[in-house]
Design a protein around this ligand. Structure first.
Ligand SMILES: Nc1ncnc2c1ncn2[C@@H]1O[C@H](COP(=O)(O)OP(=O)(O)OP(=O)(O)O)[C@@H](O)[C@H]1O
Ligand SMILES: [Mg+2]
Length: 184
């Protein structure tokens, strides 16, 4: 009998409240409990403003909870993007002066990954994202949807993407986690 594996992403009682903005106090999310197993292709779908990006930001360590806890692979996510997590932003976040290949390699280089490892992982992501023919292109030479698929840390991926970009990612490898936000 195989042991049940613990979930890769665990949220407990997670709440996010934005205070003091022009709109006053906004209760953006929660309280939310969520377990995402390793290898799961997980989508968050909902109307504009319902808290999808807020949820992804919290899981990716880009925002802090007002209450509750987020953990990734057993470690609390606090104040920084966990090791092994990549982020595809809702808005275009490519670096205009780098090719698609170098944009994807950017985060790996910053982390000091070995050249062979960078090449393997970047090529892998290019294939997954359907951008294999555009490795040497610059962001300005891509469509908006293609630019959105250029991600900075090709490992686990947490992305906020409209539906069209989501469809291009329909065949994730089993080792790839994709947390995708979709908008109709
Ligand atoms: N930095 C912020 N300051 C104040 N309020 C915010 C902030 N970011 C988000 N909000 C509010 O939190 C709520 C959830 O926003 P969020 O960006 O998570 O929505 P969303 O589901 O991703 O929407 P969309 O589909 O339009 O991208 C909204 O009411 C928004 O106005
Ligand atoms: Mg959003």
């Amino acid at each position: 009998m195989t042991e049940p594996r613990s979930p890769q992403v665990v949220l407990r009682n997670v709440t996010r409240i934005y205070e003091g903005g022009a709109a006053g106090r906004v209760h953006a999310l929660g309280p939310l409990d969520l377990d995402i197993p390793k290898g799961e292709f997980f989508s968050v779908v909902g109307p504009s403003g319902c808290g999808k990006s807020t949820l992804l930001d919290l899981i990716a360590g880009l925002a802090e909870t007002s209450d509750g806890t987020v953990s990734f692979e057993g470690k609390a996510v606090v104040g920084k993007v966990p090791e092994g997590v990549g982020v595809v932003f809702q808005e275009d976040s490519t670096l205009a002066w780098l090719t698609v290949w170098d944009n994807i390699a950017f985060g790996l280089r910053r982390r000091g990954a070995l050249p062979g490892d960078i090449k393997r992982r970047v090529d892998d992501v290019l294939r997954l994202m359907g951008l294999g023919d555009f490795a040497r292109a610059y962001p300005a030479q891509l469509s908006g949807g293609m630019r959105q698929r250029v991600c900075h840390r090709p490992d686990s991926r947490f992305g906020a993407t409209p539906h069209s970009a989501g469809r291009a990612l329909r065949r994730p490898r089993p080792t790839t986690r994709l947390l995708m936000e979709t908008r109709s």
